[in-house]
Design a protein around this ligand. Sequence first.
Ligand SMILES: NC(=O)c1ccc[n+]([C@@H]2O[C@H](COP(=O)([O-])OP(=O)(O)OC[C@H]3O[C@@H](n4cnc5c(N)ncnc54)[C@H](O)[C@@H]3O)[C@@H](O)[C@H]2O)c1
Length: 638
Amino acid sequence: MVNKLRTFLLNIFKGRNVSPWWILLIDMGIVTNAFILAFVLRLNVQLQTYSVSEMIIKAIWVLTVYLISFLLFGSYRGVIRHSNYHEFKLVIIACFSSFSFLMISDAVSRIAGYNWINVPRLVVIFQFLLTVMLSFVFRMIVKEMYASLTKKSTTTNVYIFGAGEMGQITLEAIRNDKDNQYNVVGFIDDNEFKWNMVLHSIPVFGWDKAVKIGGSKRVDLVIMAINRISVQRKHEIADTCLNKGWKLKVMPSVGNWVNGISNQMQIRDIRIEDILGREEIRLNQLQIMEGLANKMIVVTGAAGSIGSEIVRQLLRFPVQKIVMVDVAESALYDLQQELLLSHTDAPFVAVLGDVTNYHRMKEVFDKYQPDIVFNAAAYKHVPLLEEFPYEAIRVNIGGVKVLANLAVEHKVDKFVMISTDKAVNPTNVMGASKRICEIYIQALSQLKDMHTEFVTTRFGNVLGSNGSVVPLFKKQIEQGGPITVTHKDITRYFMTIPEACQLVLEAGFMGQGGEIFVFDMGDPVKIIDLAKEMVSLSGLKLGEDIDIVFTGLRPGEKLYEELLASKENTLPTHHEKIMIAMVRKYGFESVNQKIGDMIQALDNEDNHVLVGRMKELVPEYKSQNSKFNVLDGQMILK
Ligand SMILES: NC(=O)c1ccc[n+]([C@@H]2O[C@H](COP(=O)([O-])OP(=O)(O)OC[C@H]3O[C@@H](n4cnc5c(N)ncnc54)[C@H](O)[C@@H]3O)[C@@H](O)[C@H]2O)c1
């Protein structure tokens, strides 16, 4: 019998959502009952002292007022079993409006002598309170019934880390999911003012207490739902969870939700990027919005890690069009398909083309007349470019020269070039090629009457980008290892892709042009620690399930990357994470001549001569662990 009732109720819940008109009818039933109850209370249960016909007239008046309010505020339109604070707020607003109107009309009616709409004030007050209370109780009963009917027997006990807005959104998403398998047993928060509070019937604990009582609460999983938290704290939480055998998942920030919908599906396994990623960056949205509004924008290297993220971020602003240029056909196609799915009406166009080809790029500039260019097209792999300096010069330097010259010819307002920390005191061909790009851009920007503002942005490694250490380790872990680390002491600075690209946008609209903006990369991370953390997060045991092997530094590879933003070599800006690099500037004529000659010489000179030309342009470029060491200290070109 009980089971039959359960199935019957479940069928009702699982079927189509109940029509809003039924909800309105139930709400009106509540208003009617509240009205009768209010009268009973007002007359001390002696209803007979009141004339029935008079009471019916007043009831019709009161019901009409409430009905109009409900219709105006749409308080009946929500799905009752998913009622939340916002929906209930609408009910309160609708009831309060009716209450206020009835109080005013009562006062007016007394003066004007319309006795039929004259409802005793105490009745109006009681009725308001009772209606709000009964509506709340009705919604809560439906919600709880639904939750208990749909609760799975095999639930996972969960802590939500973060009792702020994100934490509460996560709880809401879990509770509203009809296939929910999570049973939230507590919030955890570092803010001690929240400890011992109860949020949506869930207690809030400090971390130490939560860890202590986690066993008795049979906790299996911690969901991180917090934006503002230090890297160190994330490490501590991850380590404790791993020690305790608790799984760790994450609720991404709203901007990173798949399809932008709040539901339990958004909760995903934690990635190393989540642990290493730092506090979310607060952008000067207004300045960026003004800078991008209605602008025609070219993004080169759009199919790459940085270029594609710049495109995604640009799509959040009301730009006129984004022209996505890349030479990698399949990757560009994939990006196009991704955006067609997620941004159906977005203004973008994909252009297959090589940035080193002046004529192809001129066609693009002629056709689209861009206002802004973001240049992320480049070759970036240190060992490969050490082997093939020809390509570093052809693509990185040649590409920038073509694009920057076209930007000047077409009076583009802004040209933002993406550079790298490897351009600082370069030790390899790749870093040196990027430094030469910076020198060219800066020299160009100093020319008299230059319309285009040239901006360079420099930053360190980006977590998870194509060919970087994180996807490599991930693949090695999936294949059972070993994990290859080049040196036990090697360190790198890391940023997440969105973090880096947000700073690129912010820096793009700072300054007057000619600046090299460098980003605060936080503290360096030992690659061996990164590997160990990734092993732990994957649930494997180092030394038992998987090994780490050291393969030796690769040609051109530094043990420690240069600190980008030290106080000695940078100037501050209004953004705490963006600094201006103090670098030697070069005159345009000689730089242009030397770069032009270098590109001209590409097909006639061997790699040593070409790298010699690079060293002449960048005197601080000293090769490390490379066949080009022999060139240091000796001039091979006049
Ligand atoms: N990934 C990082 O960790 C990182 C960190 C700092 C700076 N950067 C810099 O950002 C830039 C982009 O890096 P990424 O990680 O996005 O690399 P990526 O390889 O993912 O993307 C580069 C894109 O440029 C395209 N490209 C190459 N040559 C081209 C050409 N001739 N014409 C048109 N498109 C061409 C490629 O097809 C690719 O899609 C590089 O200059 C790199 O030095 C990267």
